[in-house]
Design a binder for this molecule. Sequence first.
Ligand code: LUZ
Ligand code: MOS
Length: 754
Amino acid sequence: MRSIDIHDHVKGRSIYLDDIPLIQGTLFARVFTSNVAHGRIIKLDISKARDLEGVHKVLISSDITGINQIGGIIDDEPLMAENIVDFIGMPIALVLADSESIARKACKLIDCKIEAFEEITDPRIAYEKGALIIPSKKFILGDTESTWSSCSHIFEGKADINGQEHLYIETQGAYAQPVEGGKIKVYSSTQGPTAVQRAVAKVTGMEMHSIEVDVTRIGGGFGGKEDQANAWAALCALGTHITGRPVKYSLSREEDIYMTGKRHPYSADFKIGFDNKLKILAYEVTFFQNAGAAADLSPAVLERTLFHCTNAYFIPNVNAIAHCCKTNLPPNTAFRGFGGPQGMFVIECAIAIAAPKLNCKASDIQKANLITTGDVFPYGQLAESEAETSWQQFEDRFDLKKMQQDVDQFNKENIHLKKGLAVQPICFGISFTKTLMNQARSLVHIYTDGSVGITTGAVEMGQGVNTKIAQVAAHIFSLPIDKIRIYSTNTTRIANTSPSAASATADLNGKATLMACEAIKERLKKVVISIADTKEQNSDIEIRDGLVFLDSLETKITWQELISKAFEQRVSLSEHAHYATPDVHFDWSKGKGHPFSYHVYGTSVTQVTVDCIRGNYEIDFVKVVHDYGQSMNPMIDLGQIEGGIVQGIGWMTCEDVFYDEKGKLRSNALSTYKIPDIYAAPKEIDIIPLITDKENLAILQSKAVGEPPLMYGLGTYFAIENAIQSFNPTVPRRMNAPYTPEKVLLALYGSKDL
Ligand code: LUZ
Ligand code: MOS
């Protein structure tokens, strides 16, 4: 089934923030920001800006009516700088003007002098200076120290991995409107309506019940709007609270790119030990996370790095430690995978370094160490593994040996073109690692004409969650999909939502919807019994294609008649249901628990061709066996998998976030930050579903699909690395993603500048 949104999308009728009709009197906001990465404000004169015609007000931190704080996990992030600035792009003043262009002009009239302090941009330097946002976190399994002596081979190394700009098509923004009684309604391009509501309440000093947040849909989020939509909504709402006027702020692309945080860059040290049969006996890893200037979601991202540091492998002795390092960059934040991909990249680097020295392919090591059902993850959860089944199907479907032979043959015959191949197994845990976030609610109404309207906490961001929720209701009520409407996500209809994140949105909100629909259906069954020719209280009642069936026999009762009858009998046609994922828990004091409701597995192979004269490359194909459970919507899932793969490839290849040593973003536009286009996408993406019939906690057994496929992209890095090795086996293996064509060229000729 196609997404229920496609017709409106294609016709341009879908409503995003900028499609909301403007109310007369709307003021346009713009922030004046720090141009210094670390320093003290010694002069701030807003008078010229304030006096410009068309400027209504210029607000600074002291104008904040509530508290100047938007930190989500830790209260360490002012909305607007007071004395100290911590990164370039940190808001200092808020201009409210009659138009965007006046607001822009006014910002240029603000006179601000900042005394610069020393800035830190490197997480290892931050660590040396003790600049940590939270105490470091650790996972320990077995005992690595006593294992090294029994290892036949030990390898050590360093891996670096850069950040990634979210580049959602719709930039950040919000539109606040005054509502009678001093209340405020906020339209926000957010993944987390409740997070926005909370931030607005804090900053304005209002109670949450006075703030309504509404989201129809957003034009992509990828994690960038899990927490970082809050600031713009808080600024707009503050403006509305103070002026009584509607306030809108829709960031330009340029503002969005330089002010918002990105995927976290990491640097890591690793040590890996093998027996003489390719089994990994011990793995030690230290992660230095570049968190940026405030906590944001970094502590949670750091945790997921640890959760995924052994990827799809069972390693009996693990010692993993992660440092959350404070630097003077915009706070880095959630991004599809949430630290997991970085954790997985490092173990893959360790395997890639070891393979040639063990005289084998990385895939031999990967295969020898796949986690099996009953094995324990370093964090104490027992695996229900599909790692081996996905690998097995992968070998059945794709002839890996032949692929490798073809590559070797090609490389023998070609001097300046070299091919590389890499296999990439994945394993991703589904659930918020913070247990309390694993809850959701759904409000289902059946109207008297039989049509159904649903609100959940899920935010539609193009991932197709509304379609899946409509499918759930259509499935339970046996109605055609067009009888179901999904409403905007709104904090007055569904309270205390978790953000749409962690790949868990369809599971959580879908399950709540399933429960609400089932509850209504139970009541409808009683109505059927009351009007049908039966005395049997436990007759089997079904609704099929809009007709009521009793003990498998068709009655003449239609859906619409049934609903009318229920209304007549004063039976409730509405339900508000609450779902909380069962059996998830985690104890950080021990570093053990059962944090995930299940895992998603898969295996991919990527082949690239590197042009060894120019350093550029093409991706010949990505072939995947992906663990669907049982997909409730293969078309949507396919879109998520293909999109995830290309986004992962972008991160590993052409996307290079570059801050200079002063903390200024140089890759600040699409001319200097390259995301994959259709030419950079693999020439072929082949996805084979692994259908598994094991019970799981996914919605209708349809496993979460949002984040896991991104990690197939990792294989591209190692495929390129393998091609480089075929060209020039004397260059040391280089573990520093991404592999931009420029870096490939340097690597091909053994440059020391890497
Ligand atoms: N967001 C979050 C996430 O708050 N907690 C998580 O565990 C998570 N995982 C993946 C993506 N977003
Ligand atoms: Mo996310 S990284 O699932 O917001």
